[in-house]
Design a protein around this ligand. Sequence first.
Ligand SMILES: Nc1ncnc2c1ncn2[C@@H]1O[C@H](COP(=O)(O)OP(=O)(O)O)[C@@H](O)[C@H]1O
Ligand SMILES: [Mg+2]
Length: 645
Amino acid sequence: MERKSSRVRYAEYEQSIRARNAARKQPQDHSAVKRQKPRHVRSRSVTELFFCFLKLLRPQTGRVVFALVTLTIATVLLLIPPAATKLVIDNILGNQPLPDGWFISLPSDPLSALFMVGIGVVVIVVARIAIEVWGRWQAMLAAKRLELGIRKQVFQKAIRLPMYRVYELKSGGAASILRADVFAVGELVNSMLYNPWRAIIQVTGSIAILAWVNWMLAAGALLVVPWLYFSISMWVARIRPRMKDIRQRREKIDAMATEAFGGIRVIRSFAREDRETIRFISFSHLMARQQLKAWWMRTGMVLMWETILPLGLVGLLTVGGWQVVSQKLTVGDLTMFLVYSLVLLGPVTVLIRTAATLQDGLSGLDRILDLLEEPKELSNSTNAIRLQTDQVQGHIAIDNISFRYPGAKDFALRDISLTVEAGETIALIGPSGAGKTTLCNLVARFYDPTQGRILLDHDDLRELDVASFRNLLGIVEQDIFLFDGSIRENIEYGAARATDAEIQKAAEMAGADVFIRELPEGFETQVGERGVKLSGGQRQRIAIARAVLKDPKILILDEATSNLDMKSEQMVQEALESVISNRTCFIIAHRLSTIERADRVVVLDHGSIRELGDSDDVLQASGGPNSPVADVLPDQFANTHRNPS
Ligand SMILES: Nc1ncnc2c1ncn2[C@@H]1O[C@H](COP(=O)(O)OP(=O)(O)O)[C@@H](O)[C@H]1O
Ligand SMILES: [Mg+2]
């Protein structure tokens, strides 16, 4: 595979951004760009994001309001001490009378007056800090609770996405959204509510005081506001899409790393460590370039304002100084004015500095909203039928179904019709890729058929409540998945209230009890991630026990004994006999011995039914070279020599 350097790929990325911006400027023909985007990705305006955020924050309303109220009080207190500068300069040191409207009386002795002002300032400062910390703590609590709430919502959603979307997202990608994006949304409590609110109070408060001191100077200071608004909103439109891209890239990188470690054995056995490292690093390089560019955009903005603001201050100082000279202003007024200007500028600089964090958080929120808006797996029709397990017969009618995987070109199944009586065992055989697993996927409703329908006791599966339907199923998949934990935890996964005796019984039926007893820690043995500490056959037997313990109405065994040796398989099958006999079963197998136990055999080939009949009939016909099963049963040869008894 050809690998481009990250520089080249970054150049391509910049080009795609230019195309995107151009498309945004000409709304009439951006359909071409838009069409390439998946449906679940859309861009939202800041206002839209803000209201979505408030909606998410609703459970924390009390806390947030409390935090904002304490913040308001603290900020107002913050605005008082600078007035002391005027008091000290004009009235204590300058011996001028107190201006009208200052409702305090100072002692005539300057030292005790200074002392009193000092004490007053200290008291106010301490009170402000105490109030502010308390409010901040509430804001922090709100942020963490919001984060937890969203994490729950996102997890709930991600785990219920349609199968093909989960595969698209990949496990690492989902983890990345859960970790990084959700965290960023929690931070929004600070960057979107707390800090801006403080800035608003601080700016309005100080402007009001400035206007009271000298309205002309205040008007000059106010000139900053529209400027600030325009420059920030221009810049925001450019930087947020980039932040979103960076998050998307991070999701890909996380997915790649997770996949690499999942496939560590393949990487080792093909000695691909270096190539994988290069692949990983080159993706990371691209992200680093994107981040560096974003850093420049952010720094440019900060630099611009850090230049403008002091220049403005110099301007105010010049005009103010001239007014002092022409005796329209006292020295104390001017000093106080400048101190308040600094109070005014403080939050403005903070806002500019955190604007990038805010945009980053918003881009995380944007991605989370995208995910939350996606349709759930096979969302229930509103009046879905809830099944009562004991009233289900287990009769399944597959009514002329065809199926194509989402995004695939070819149909995996074509025109399949099959009626399965309650309690019947169907063996599915056919060459690999014939569609056996796919058919089971449809019966288990991991996917809905593209055409046709599947009925359970005369109800279309689509009309059933998904969870109540899945409760009826016991599935042993071709790729066994065990969770990291003990053998017991894995077996009781589908039946949390099972007793020890039931677990023991299920293990016996799956032929697992023998090897479990031989393990030093028995049922408490830890299996490792995906069950790495067990052999393939052991994993399969645990998976069978897990399915059996659930006492399912419908049992699906997809090559469930393929990793067992002949003798163990025989044992498991004999044990399973009683399990299979009284429930509807679909068994995919290659061994003749399994198929003989089935009531009927379905031979699938290229997604269609090639042969269907009683197992005896199908197998009887299997002697000759034209046999329908000659090419799919490896031990078919043995069949011709089998004992006729
Ligand atoms: N998730 C999937 N997405 C797209 N195509 C798939 C998917 N799973 C299986 N297929 C295709 O469907 C066909 C049937 O596969 P499968 O049912 O797994 O065969 P098997 O009979 O060996 O169990 C194959 O051609 C395979 O490539
Ligand atoms: Mg298969």
